[in-house]
Ligand binder design. Structure first.
Ligand SMILES: [Zn+2]
Ligand SMILES: [Zn+2]
Length: 387
């Protein structure tokens, strides 16, 4: 250590301590940068020993908070017990008066480039917590974030959400895709729904949510769908893609099987991802539709449907907006005089029942066949993400 610098520091210290008693941490912090040392406490205590001074009863700046961080550490370890994590970050909120007193010393004694007491606390806490738990501090993307409010003596722990991607196939009819939100909280989470945001688990969403909530000890599973289907629809082939955000997970790094069977649905290829796409995902669907016509239809008339191949279908929305969807291929199969089946590949998001009936859709199956048609059932055979 530079002797010249140290003796200058000793002079300054003598002057500061004459008016303001400081603990080793706060004292060391004032000069650590200047002397190029890392440990505030150690250098503080060294300077004090050289000056042959005793530690003060109460530190002017922190009122002994720095030397009483053990209880905070204990509390943090206790809170973190129920979570799996390998990285963390600590944030602190201090009494404004601590910052004020810190500023008084800095300006009175013209001290520059000093670590703030807040950074010092979070750094010290981080080091101790890391030693106890073997987890590492991560500023970018920590598994756990602690907020310690010294002002209100309030501690908060927030685990990072887990993001997942997968596909599901649905092998039974009569299972709705989406789950109704809890009517008490509208999905936010309350005591009534045990903070899950949903109260029942009788849907594709419910089954996936229940599985993941249990598996990861999560509070909520928020699903983002790529397209939608009817309660009566089957989803076969490669399945429908979806994303899940698991809120407040207690466990992480759980191994997931390639195929997970959940009574009526199977989840395929579930894996964690770093981001759920914010832009709409473009996709194509291969569907099979069962259609009934009001009047008898001649096979030759049905052939007219093949004209739709390669054409745009325009959807007119109530909002006044228009959407275009392309039909890539279309085939039909006669079932009876008044019923037939269509196998079709089109852009995703084409409302199939409206397309058949001709509600604000141009052209439509009913329009081409010149009779009112109704889609009784539609199944998804393949869903392809195109972007
Ligand atoms: Zn102090
Ligand atoms: Zn609720």
């Amino acid at each position: 250590m530079d002797k010249k610098k140290l003796s200058a520091v000793m002079e300054d210290t003598r002057e500061i301590l004459r008016e303001h008693p400081l603990c080793d941490n706060c004292l060391g912090r004032m000069f650590a940068g200047k002397l190029g040392v890392v440990s505030h406490k150690r250098i503080g205590s060294k300077i004090r020993n050289m000056l042959k001074q005793r530690p003060p009863k109460t530190c002017y700046i922190c009122k002994n908070m720095m030397s009483n961080l053990d209880s905070t550490l204990k509390k943090m370890i206790e809170m973190a017990k129920e979570y799996q994590f390998s990285t963390f970050l600590i944030g602190a909120i201090l009494q404004p008066s601590i910052h004020d007193r810190d500023d008084v010393i800095r300006s009175k004694f013209k001290l520059r480039g000093i670590t703030s007491i807040k950074s010092d606390i979070t750094r010290e806490m981080g080091k101790s917590f890391s030693r106890k738990t073997r987890a590492k501090v991560d500023y970018q993307n920590p598994d756990l974030v602690f907020t310690i409010d010294f002002k209100k003596e309030y501690y908060e722990i927030k685990p990072k959400a887990i993001l997942l991607q997968a596909r599901y196939t649905k092998n039974v009819r009569g299972l709705p895709q989406k789950q109704k939100s809890c009517d008490q909280c509208e999905g936010k989470g309350c005591f009534v729904c045990n903070f899950h945001g949903i109260r029942e688990f009788e849907s594709v969403e419910g089954k996936i949510a229940k599985f993941l909530i249990e598996k990861f000890g999560a509070q909520q599973a928020k699903v983002t769908w790529i397209g939608s289907e009817d309660e009566s629809s089957l989803v076969t082939g490669n399945g429908r893609p979806f994303f899940v955000k698991l809120v407040n997970p207690h466990k992480r790094g759980i191994p997931l099987s390639k195929k997970i069977d959940l009574e009526g649905i199977s989840v395929h290829g579930m894996r964690t991802i770093t981001k759920i796409p914010s832009d709409p995902v473009r996709f194509r669907t291969n569907v099979s539709m069962e259609i009934e016509a009001e009047n008898e239809i001649m096979p030759d008339t049905l052939k007219e449907l093949t004209r739709l191949k390669g054409r745009h279908v325009v959807l007119y929305e109530n909002s006044g907006r228009k959407h275009k969807k392309t039909i890539y291929s279309i085939k039909f199969k006669i079932e009876s005089d008044k019923s037939f089946r269509i196998m079709m590949e089109s852009d995703g998001g084409l409302p199939l029942k409206r397309f058949v009936a001709g509600q604000e859709v141009e052209p439509s199956i009913s329009e081409i066949l010149e009779t009112n048609c109704m889609c009784k059932l539609f199944d998804f055979n393949k869903i392809t993400v195109t972007k």
